[in-house]
Every structure is written in C-alpha cells, then in structure tokens.
Design a protein around this ligand. Sequence first.
Ligand SMILES: Cc1cc2nc3c(=O)[nH]c(=O)nc-3n(C[C@H](O)[C@H](O)[C@H](O)COP(=O)(O)OP(=O)(O)OC[C@H]3O[C@@H](n4cnc5c(N)ncnc54)[C@H](O)[C@@H]3O)c2cc1C
Length: 461
Amino acid sequence: MSDVVVIGGGIAGIATALRLAEVGRRPVVIETRRKLGGRATSFVDPRTGEMLDNCQHVAMGCCTNLMDLYRRLGVLERMQWHPTTYWANPPHEPDRMEPGWLPVPGQFTGSFLRMRFIGLADKIGIARAMWRLLRMGIAGREHWRGRVFVDFLRETGQTDVALERFWEPVVVSACNLPSDRVDAPFAMQVFQEGFLGHRWASAMGLSAVPLLELYDPAEALLAKVGGQLRLGVSAQSIAFDGRRVTGVVTDEGFVEGAAVVSAVPFDRLAKLCSDTLKTADRRLQRLDQIAVSPIVGVHLRYPARVLETPHLVLPGRATQWLFDKGLDAGGRQHVHAVISGAEAWMDLPEAEIARRVHADVQWACPRAAGISPEEVRSVKERRATFAAVPGFAELRPGPRPDPRGGVDNLFLAGDWCDTGWPATMEGAVRSGYAAAAAIVGSGGVEPDLPIEPLARLVGLR
Ligand SMILES: Cc1cc2nc3c(=O)[nH]c(=O)nc-3n(C[C@H](O)[C@H](O)[C@H](O)COP(=O)(O)OP(=O)(O)OC[C@H]3O[C@@H](n4cnc5c(N)ncnc54)[C@H](O)[C@@H]3O)c2cc1C
C-alpha cells in the first residue's frame, strides 16, 4: 500500500508529491496524460509536428513558491527575467514601465511620468488609486470582498482612458476576468503585492525553454526521492468506505493509499466523488457552483521580425499581450498573442481569430505593416481557469479536512483551492505545499517577499 495517492500531475500535484517524498513519504502520482505539467505545459501540434506551449505562462517576482519549486526541480535558470514592462504606443516606440532609483513604493514614478500612452489626468487618477491601495493595507482589501474591482476604480475617479488602457490589460491578464466581473480583492492583490510592496515583485519571468522542459525533471526527481509516477493512467473514482478514503480506482486497477490528495481541477474532482463521499465531506458539496473563464493563445509565424521587445502590452486592444518566442533559422519570428477573459472569442473560427490578432499586431508593431503571418495556430482553452467572481472565495476549500464534517484522510490541492491567489502557477504550488504540510505536519508555504520599509510605513502591511 502506498502512503499517499496524488491524483493529477499538474503543478499542484508535482508540488505535493515532491514535498511529501522529500520527508520520506512514498507518494504515487496518477496522471492521465503521458507528461507532467497539466495546463502549464506544451503539446505537439499535429499539423506541423512542432512543440508549442499551451499558452504563454508568465511568472512574477512575487511568485516565491513557484520559484522555490523551480529551484527544487533545478530549472530556475531556464527562466528569463524582465524588470521592464513595455506598453505599445504607436506610432511611437513602446512606453517602458520600469523601476527607477526611488524607493518602493515610488520606484515606478519616473518611468510612469514619462509614459505617453495615457495623459496627465489619467495618471493623477491612477496615482490616487495606488495611494488608496497602499493605505488600505493587505487586510483592507478584504472589506471589498463581494464587490467588483471596477467599483473601486469608479470610487477613486479613474478616467475612461485609464480604465481601458491601464487597469484593464493588467487586471484581465492577471485575473482572467475584466474589472467589472472580478472580485475586487483579487485585483487589489495584483497591484499591492505585484507592484507596490517589493522592487523585485513586478519582474516578469518568462520561460526560455518550452514549458514542458520546466516539469520534465520532476519525473526523475520524484523517482529519486522515493515517489512513483503512473503516467497515462486515469483516476475514475476515489474509493470511500463510509468513513475514510481507501485509495483510487483507475483505468488500470485499484491504487490503495493511506491518504488521497486530489490535485485535479474542481470539475474533475466532482466526477471522481460518489454522492456518499460528497455528503460526508462539506468541501465537496459546492464544486458545481464554481464557474470558469476562458483564454485564447495564438501562435503566429511572421516572415521577419515584427515584435522588437521581449513582450508588449496592447492597451485598449482585444489582444492584451504579445510575446516574442524567437526567430527560427530562416529568420521567421514566432509571436505568441494572448487574449484572457476570452468569452467572446470562443465561437470564432480560427481564420477570424487570426484576422483580429494580426490587426492588433499591425496596430502595435509598425514593422508588421504590409506583411502577414505565414502560419497561425490558435489554442482555445474554454475552461482555462476558475472565474474569480464575487462569491468565489467562499467556495474555495482548504487543503485539510474540514473539522465540521470532513473525511480526515482526503486532502485537496489545485489552483482553485483556498490559496488567496488568483488562478496561477503560484497558487497551484502554494496549494500543493499546503496539502503536503497538512499530511506530514511540517513544511508548508514559502514566505512572501518582504514588504519594503517605506511601503510598510505608508500602510501596506
Ligand atoms: C491558457 C492558459 C494560460 C494561463 N496563463 C497563466 C499565466 O500566464 N501565469 C500563471 O501563473 N498561470 C497561468 N495559467 C494558469 C495555470 O496554468 C494554472 O493555474 C496551473 O497550471 C494549475 O495547476 P494545477 O496543478 O492546479 O491544475 P492542472 O494544471 O489542471 O493539473 C491537473 C492535472 O490533473 C490531471 N487530471 C485531470 N483529471 C485526471 C484524472 N481523472 N486522473 C488523472 N489525472 C487527471 C490533468 O491531466 C492535469 O495534468 C494559465 C492557464 C491557461 C489554461
């Protein structure tokens, strides 16, 4: 019998299993695909045979647990860090938002004042909102729970231009929902912890290798530290004897375990639980109330370089962000475009998606004038992430059994669990570390970046 059966080999499952194995437990990871990494991985495009990332996966300096996982996996150096955020402002050069010499939280002041894609009145409103976010502190954002972020933006007197060009691209990219749908504290967290607390927090981390190569090393590492991987095996149900879970029924037989960790998304978990198990454990009773939000990623091959910065925000456009994925031997540039909160794109045919995204690329990149992409591959993720709408936070279960009515050897992980974070790789790692700690009684989540002294003094604590 194995110590712990972990269902799901995405980031949350990898994080759980690694931490368990490191303290001498013997986890068995059951993963339906032949590779680890879940939603944050790569796939072979059947049309071209080429390896493509499912979508650009952006990390930030404030993702302390994700970086801890990458360090454990030995892949930290496969990340490239970009302290500067580039904002398209055609026909001019992109504006640059980057930390200057002023102490945090004023580090962006110089570059922010120089940015030209928004005007002075817009900037004054943005500064007013940032000040409010600092003053309310981390606890203060909880008072906004249940309200949408745009309420806060209206209350702080944002101009329409600031709303559309500054707030919206950041909020929708980080939370996968627009500011008139997202529960305000999720968006507030992005600005408080991602921009206002620590100089390094806002740095953007992009993988320099296909995403798959970030998680591949987990296979050998898990085996080395005593874990077991069952790739290509699907869990069908969690076995429950009326009091405790006893293991997992898979398409290749029963895997017995002293404890089970579910590290699959909420909708998959719902399918693995019998009605009896759901009745016995309160954490499983509201899984069907969690909604989802889609993302579209589009791979474009241009005959020559069109995007001149490593990445580019497209303020006010439907395509929110472009990423430079490099030139091939023939000098063709691979550009990856991302549309988050992409509800309206779900039923569009690929040709229309290509047309719209190319129009946005032409708007943002003067070098794209007169040329068209030679290849376009769009990837629609209808169920990309949970929808962090008002009310969602109350549906998120913690990793450990609920003392008011729970099955005491069933543990939950996954980005949708109660990590306090939006649907991110960082949230997935946190959930996995928390689940492992709930089982072994030690370890747990890594600390956040410390909030720098002036930001603390102003109120961010
Ligand atoms: C298009 C897109 C873009 C994104 N962009 C970003 C970004 O820029 N930055 C960021 O931080 N996050 C981003 N995310 C979110 C990020 O990918 C997720 O938060 C994270 O990968 C979730 O990890 P997880 O382990 O919780 O879940 P998953 O990755 O979903 O892992 C669950 C695993 O369980 C397996 N599984 C499911 N059912 C079964 C079963 N019955 N038996 C066995 N195995 C099963 C699945 O195959 C999967 O491998 C993005 C997500 C998407 C879809």
